[in-house]
Design a protein around this ligand. Structure first.
Ligand code: FES
Length: 70
């Protein structure tokens, strides 16, 4: 799904940026330029970054817990 019409950035682009090391909206904005034009996408993009970081942290915690329990 296209998130930022101005820059042509999709939800997958934002999720990939988080998986590649972005730690917040500022990092994603710096690397992709999302929200840097009209700003209409910024609120949704921030929520998407937060959700993706939360999912990534949960996934990493579950993976770590599985390693410890074996
Ligand atoms: S839609 Fe993202 S900056 Fe305009």
């Amino acid at each position: 799904m296209l998130v930022c019409i101005c820059k042509g950035i999709s939800d997958k682009d934002i999720e990939s940026a988080v998986h590649e090391g972005a730690t917040g909206f500022g990092d994603v904005r710096a690397s992709l330029g999302v929200g840097g034009c009209c700003g209409q996408c910024a609120s949704y993009a921030k929520d998407l970054v937060k959700d993706t970081i939360s999912q990534l942290q949960l996934s990493q915690a579950l993976h770590l817990a599985q390693e410890v329990s074996c």
